[in-house]
Design a protein around this ligand. Structure first.
Ligand code: FEO
Length: 396
């Protein structure tokens, strides 16, 4: 378990979680990392901790640089337990009286998580802490993505410790954007689409605030995944683009099906969209993970959602997906609801209402009794054509 010196006397000392596959409902096929950083100056600072159960990796990495007991202070940029869960064991090891610097909301939230035992020292937005030759600046990033979230900036080295922002769930021994062999961008987008999307307005404001501050970055170090050093602003610019949620000429037809009738409709809608110039694909909700669908959905100008009617309602997998995207607040989408039914046929109406309530620009729903015949398939195809035309008009 080796540390990585990312700048002179600044070390990555985090933990690699190769095997996590579900991160509170987000699929992490590639695992993740919990990044923590050691700054060795006249005072020794540890920026962020790791998830409980991974403390030994942190201790082993720190031990190759200094005796962990020589850590003078800890900075907690974010209370969520993947970064703070290891704090109790860490503080027990290095000395419970040592200060843990955090935002004002961090103080409140850490107290509610760990109920005492931590010497919490709240810092002001824009406040600073001298480590000797170096200074740490603190920048509150409230609701990005928790009320307690903040960034820490190592002034002399121009290193931003950005907590969850700019992260990716990706386990690797490679630490930097310029050494990684895989394409990291799909992982960064998936992270944005599933974690930060609902806060896109705040992301835009934060980017403006940071630009106005004149801060320069030699490196941006998130708490998950690889660190951005080749072109740190590339991820900031990507966030500005993703936050804008500008729709593109792309459509998704998302559905579940009982006896393939809703699936037949989905495929006809996809054909109508594609034939009219809007690339589309069908996504079966029990074949695709919700967090991957949300990533695919990010720039789509059109989203059609289909469900059979089951016991006068919608299918459970469709309800799960609706609940998930409702919280993520996607914007700028044209929508449609569709589905097959046996006798009552409520599902398309329910989906239409739900998506309208979320701000989708809806076209009329389409429902078909039992198995679609030639005419019904033509209606589904025509729905695809209509959606494509609306999308093309909107983007013109
Ligand atoms: Fe990586 Fe919000 O925790």
């Amino acid at each position: 378990m080796r540390p990585v010196e990312i700048a002179k006397d600044v070390y990555w000392v985090g933990a690699i979680d190769w095997n996590v596959r579900d991160f509170h409902g987000y699929s992490t096929y590639e695992g993740t990392t919990y990044n923590a950083f050691l700054v060795v100056d006249e005072k020794v600072a540890l920026v962020d901790a790791v998830k409980a159960g991974h403390e030994d990796q942190l201790f082993q990495r720190v031990s190759q640089v200094i005796d962990p007991k020589k850590i003078d202070l800890v900075v907690s940029n974010h209370t969520e337990m993947d970064h703070s869960g290891g704090l109790p064991r860490l503080m027990h090891r290095i000395g419970e009286a040592k200060p843990v610097y955090c935002s004002k909301m961090g103080e409140k939230n850490l107290r509610m998580h760990y109920r005492g035992g931590l010497n919490l020292q709240p810092v002001q937005d824009g406040g600073s802490l001298s480590l000797g030759k170096r200074e740490l600046l603190f920048l509150e990033t409230r609701m990005l993505h928790w009320p307690d979230s903040m960034f820490s900036y190592l002034k002399e080295d121009k290193i931003l410790f950005s907590s969850d922002a700019f992260g990716q769930h990706y386990a690797s021994l490679e630490r930097f954007d310029d050494t990684i062999r895989d394409d990291i961008w799909p992982h960064a987008l998936k992270y944005y689409a599933n974690i930060l999307l609902p806060f896109s307005g705040l992301v835009e404001k934060l980017i403006e605030k940071v630009a106005a501050s004149g801060l320069e970055f030699s490196m941006i170090c998130p708490d998950h995944g690889i660190l951005w050093r080749k072109d740190p602003l590339s991820i900031v610019n990507a966030y500005a683009r993703w936050a804008a949620q500008k729709p593109e000429k792309k459509a998704l037809v998302i559905y579940d099906t009982m006896w393939h009738s809703t699936e037949m409709m989905a495929e006809a809608i996809v054909e109508g969209l594609n034939d009219t110039g809007v690339p589309a694909k069908p996504l079966h909700l029990r074949k695709w993970h919700r967090s991957d669908i949300v990533t695919e959905m990010h720039a789509a100008g059109v989203m059609a959602l289909g469900s059979p009617t089951l016991n006068n309602g919608i299918f459970p997998s469709v309800a799960d997906f609706l609940t998930y995207i409702k919280g993520l607040k996607p914007k700028n989408k044209i929508g449609a609801a569709f589905g097959s039914y046996g006798w009552s046929g409520e599902a398309p109406k329910i989906l239409h209402q739900e998506l309208s309530g979320m701000g989708f620009e809806m076209v009329d729903p389409l429902r078909v009794q039992y198995v679609p015949d030639g005419n019904a398939m033509e209606d589904a195809y025509t729905l695809g054509v209509r959606l494509a035309k609306s999308c093309l008009e909107k983007l013109a």
